[in-house]
Design a protein around this ligand. Structure first.
Ligand code: ASP
Length: 554
């Protein structure tokens, strides 16, 4: 939506300007609280523009209001001809009146405080003799989800048009020079922050514990429950696969995509080597290779040692907390370009593989979704029987967050979101969630387990590879080890799948069949992974008396 309105720059028109903006905001469904703040800001901004508006003898000045709303974002721009002035000073003046105690009128004082706090959200510029004041606000927390889904839909439509209208050479050029590089840059930027995010968030959690035995008890509970849900998820994935039986030999002929970008990765899938490999031989390599298990080990050790240091404990604790905040902030910034990255990665896939192939793997996708539903049910059962809690509150509280983590497609990026849900909505104490959430982001990937089981078995069926007896057992072990070692970043599950099918003697090119829908699968995997982390955190918090029942039931 884009609406433009012009008014004579006269203070008597401020009310009409405010009314115009209010009506548009209401159309967009802005909440009342937000509405009042914005109206106040618009009123003030319009007043300051009118004060500085250039009026010539022959014509009175005009003030233009442009209101834009697109996919959850709303922006309001006010402009008028006039001399350059300092908006910040204008607003600061208003708020200082309160600080100096000049404001006798209490209403005026409150208004000044609000204006002072709003000044930061305004952008002022002066160009070609015109003063512009712009304010942007996000309509809803789901705006990001809408943008991501919009980017997905746009990529599918444009991908279809491009591949049927443009010559292959042009599509290849676009893919290799625009879409594939953007996708790679985005993935690299996420990989860049994975190691520090996991490392610092675990340390800053551990340093909060003054009692090591409590840390051990809570840690053991969390890890045992993570293991339990992981086993159940693998079982659910295998069970649902045999129930539905997706995958058929005709699909084998449809492989066209280049799987080399995925299959060049390797991972250790032997249990003994995994356990031995948890202890790194130096402190740099775990960061360089983003080896999650080694990073967790080092973080736990650092956290415990920091608590035991005495003299420097406080300084180091502050330092680790600051680093933790820093990397979570960086992750948040990277995630902002997610819609663009999703658009490019789907475009890249649409241009490299046909829609027919994508449609034909929908059977596997549907089976995978059923597995996720079954897993949701399992969490509810665990919450009832182990947590002794009513799961309806849990589901109702976490549902809006599920949409957010869905669009993030990364458990690591979702760490701050999940922590907020745990603390503010579910009522879990920081002591529990600051350990369980970062640990779960890496160790607990139930959605990924279901995905691996369903897709690996379906691809094996497609390529005529029998999976029975010891092959099945080794597949189960591999899924567990892979899911625990994989970082919570977008696309991690696809890399695990390529390792798994290679180990099962399924031709690695088979990965090309499922690459097209992996962005979407990855979002569902993440949603389920995070749901599992929060469900386990809730159960552990309840058992430790660290769950605020008032918040939980609210
Ligand atoms: N992206 C998922 C996550 O972060 C992992 C995956 O791709 O399976 O939880």
């Amino acid at each position: 939506m884009r609406k433009k309105q012009q008014y004579i720059a006269d203070k008597q028109n401020i009310g009409r300007i405010v009314d115009f903006v209010r009506d548009r905001l209401k159309e967009c469904g802005i909440k009342q609280k937000e509405l009042v703040k914005v109206m106040l800001t618009v009123e003030e901004a319009a007043g300051s523009l009118i004060d500085h508006c250039a009026v010539s003898p022959e014509e009175s000045g005009k003030i233009t209001v442009i209101f834009k709303a697109f996919m959850g974002n709303v922006s309001i721009e006010l402009s008028a001809k006039g001399e350059e002035y300092s908006l910040a000073n204008n607003m600061a003046l208003a708020s200082s009146a309160y600080e100096d105690g000049d404001g006798d009128d209490i209403q005026e004082s409150i208004r000044n405080i609000i204006l002072g706090s709003l000044a930061d959200g305004l952008k002022y510029r002066h160009k070609n003799g015109i003063n512009y004041i712009c304010m942007g606000l996000v309509r809803s927390k789901r705006a990001f989800l809408y943008q991501t889904l919009g980017a997905m839909a746009a990529a599918v439509i444009l991908g279809l048009i491009f591949s049927s209208v443009l010559p292959d050479s042009v599509n290849t050029f676009l893919n290799t020079n625009i879409f594939a590089p953007v996708k790679t840059m985005y993935m690299n930027s996420l990989k860049m922050v994975v190691a520090p995010v996991v490392f610092f968030s675990i340390i800053s959690c551990i340093v909060q514990f003054s009692d090591l035995s409590a840390l051990g008890r809570i840690g053991a509970k969390i890890i045992s429950l993570y293991l339990l849900t992981t086993f159940i998820a693998v079982g659910a994935g295998i069970g649902i696969f045999y129930l539905i039986g997706p995958g058929d030999a005709s699909l084998a002929a449809a492989i066209t995509a280049d799987a080399s970008s995925v299959t060049s990765q390797t991972m250790d899938v032997s249990i003994k080597d995994t356990i031995v490999g948890i202890i790194p031989s130096d402190i740099i390599n775990p960061f360089l290779k983003a080896n999650m298990l080694q990073l967790i080990f080092m973080a736990v050790l650092c956290g415990i040692a920091t608590g035991l240091l005495g003299k420097y404990s406080g300084t180091l604790t502050d330092f680790f907390s600051a680093c933790n905040d820093l990397f979570l902030k960086i992750t948040g910034l990277i995630i902002k370009i997610m819609p663009i990255a999703v658009f490019c990665s789907i475009m890249s896939m649409m241009l490299t593989m046909g829609i027919d192939t994508i449609i034909s793997v929908m059977g596997m996708f549907g089976t995978f979704l059923l597995g996720l539903l079954a897993m949701m049910l399992v969490y509810c059962i665990l919450i009832i029987f182990i947590g002794r809690l009513n799961p309806v509150y849990f589901v109702r509280k976490y549902l809006p967050y599920m949409l957010q983590v869905f669009s993030l497609a990364s458990s690591n990026a979702a760490i701050p979101v999940n922590m907020e849900a745990c603390e503010k909505k579910i009522g879990i104490s920081k002591k529990i969630f600051s350990l369980s959430i970062p640990l779960g982001a890496t160790l607990n990937m139930d959605g990924t387990c279901i995905h691996l089981a369903v897709f690996a078995l379906a691809l094996a069926k497609t390529f005529g590879v029998e999976v029975t007896g010891s092959a099945m057992l080794s597949m189960i072990i591999s899924i567990i080890v892979l899911s625990m070692g994989a970082p919570g970043i977008p696309g991690a599950g696809l890399i695990c799948l390529s390792v798994l099918i290679t180990q099962m003697n399924v031709p690695v090119e088979a990965i090309g069949l499922v690459m097209g829908i992996d962005s979407l699968c990855g979002m569902f995997r993440t949603m389920s992974n995070c749901l599992g982390d929060v469900a386990v955190s809730t159960i552990v918090a309840k058992s430790e008396n660290e769950l605020d029942m008032e918040i939980y039931r609210k």
